[in-house]
Ligand binder design. Structure first.
Ligand code: PHB
Length: 403
């Protein structure tokens, strides 16, 4: 060894010893749409992660998690892919998390596979996403969880015979249509029309889509749109067209009654039926604690929602992997540590399916009601326990196991 090499080795050793405390740092790259149409969702999820880290500070010790946040901007995948690349190659993160919109996760999948780091999907809900990279683990949901369960409930519990489906025309919207239609028709119902209704990039005028639905006089109008301002516009248009008075029930996955949007929907939302894994009214100890801490930190009128809980659970998953790998976070070991992982979430008990790396969780059937406080609430009227993503369970199309 030359003298210069020896000196370099000594210098590196000295640095390692002097920065002993820093060796416990784990860098997490967080990709969320902090600006643009998804900005409110990004804030809800950022706060969800913050709450996990605050309420569970003891679980994190002796490690220090540094969050490096990047804006994925428009929901088209282009910026998220660049963010993913840069976080892996320049910031050299140990783990990735976030991804609100499906195109962001889909576009980033090859980069994630090449980078070989655990990547926790905390929102994006197209079923096949987890098949696109072995490093993806999902703590959020798929549209097949909610919309399949709702298809069964629409036929059996609501006793609907006919439905029109209106959906945002991109991958999770197509999933919601396929899932609802399969379950509803397998249980005796009939989807009489399916109406592509704009995309995630901007809130469309839903009037022509819903007028077409109204003209067909279905028992139920099933709608999927990404949460946020899209959901408010759905309920407003449903009210403006007098669809409730015409006897058409509005139903959908819980994306259309996101908790932060509920109070702004007005009385038109009363009676709306949804199926989802979370709402802020859920009555369990972990949720009571979560909601109380949230209101204390962000204001009495603020509320967590399903996007927050996906991020809260996602951070819990990251912390579990850090502990299991003793902070090393080698990608394969980090993913392996989460197979079969169980967690007592504010949404109820959750597990990561060891076969699919997707979440297994309860689905709650809820009705929007007006409470004695004059506010809108979600009244839980039924529960399906430990629900798996049905697209992968039934091995439909791109949801079949990757070869
Ligand atoms: C998605 O793009 O996968 C997505 C976004 C918002 C939602 C649901 C799914 O509410």
């Amino acid at each position: 060894m030359s003298r210069r090499t020896l000196a370099a080795v000594a210098a590196t050793a000295a640095l390692t010893i002097s920065t002993g405390a820093l060796a416990q740092e784990v860098k997490a790259g967080i990709i969320l749409p902090f600006t643009g149409v998804g900005a409110e969702l990004a804030q809800q999820m950022d706060r969800g992660m913050e709450q996990y880290l605050k309420l569970n500070a003891d679980q994190v010790k002796p490690y220090k998690i540094t969050l490096i946040k990047r804006d994925s901007k428009a929901p088209d995948g282009a910026t998220a892919k660049i963010d993913t690349q840069e976080l892996l190659t320049q910031d050299k993160v140990d783990v990735l998390g976030g991804y609100v919109y499906s195109p962001d996760a889909i576009a980033s999948a090859p980069v994630v596979t090449a980078g070989k780091k655990l990547t926790v999907i905390m929102n994006a809900g197209t079923s096949f996403i987890t098949n696109r990279s072995p490093y993806f683990v999902r703590t959020s949901f798929t549209l097949w969880h909610s919309s399949y369960a709702l298809g069964v409930a629409a036929a059996k519990t609501l006793k609907a015979k006919t439905a029109v489906v209106a959906y945002s025309d991109y991958p999770p919207g197509k999933d919601s249509l396929d899932a609802f239609k399969k379950a509803f028709e397998d249980n005796g119902g009939k989807v009489v029309d399916a109406i592509p209704s704009g995309g995630p990039g901007q809130v469309p005028d839903f009037t022509p889509f819903f007028q077409r639905a109204k003209d067909q006089k279905p028992d139920v109008l099933f709608v999927f749109v990404p949460a946020g301002d899209h959901a408010t516009a759905v309920v407003k248009t449903y009210a403006a067209l007098g669809m409730k008075a015409a006897g058409i029930k509005l139903i959908g996955p819980g994306d259309i009654v996101q908790d932060i949007k509920l109070q702004g929907m007005g009385d038109a939302a009363v009676g709306l039926i949804t199926m989802h894994h979370y709402n802020a009214d859920l009555d369990n100890p972990a949720n009571k604690k979560f909601v109380a801490a949230w209101k204390k930190d962000y204001g009495a009128d603020s509320t967590p929602d399903f996007t927050s809980v996906g991020a809260y659970d996602g951070m819990a998953a990251i912390v579990h992997a850090i502990q299991a790998t003793k902070g090393k976070m080698e990608g394969d070991a980090a993913v392996k540590s989460l197979l079969g992982w169980k967690f007592d979430s504010p949404q109820g008990p959750v597990m990561i399916d060891p076969e699919t790396r997707d979440i297994v969780m309860n689905e709650y059937l809820s009705e929007v009601v007006k409470g004695s406080d004059g506010k809108l609430h979600e009244k839980n009227i039924g529960v399906d326990k430990a629900v798996k993503d049905q697209c992968k369970a039934l091995a439909i199309g791109p949801c079949a196991p990757p070869k």
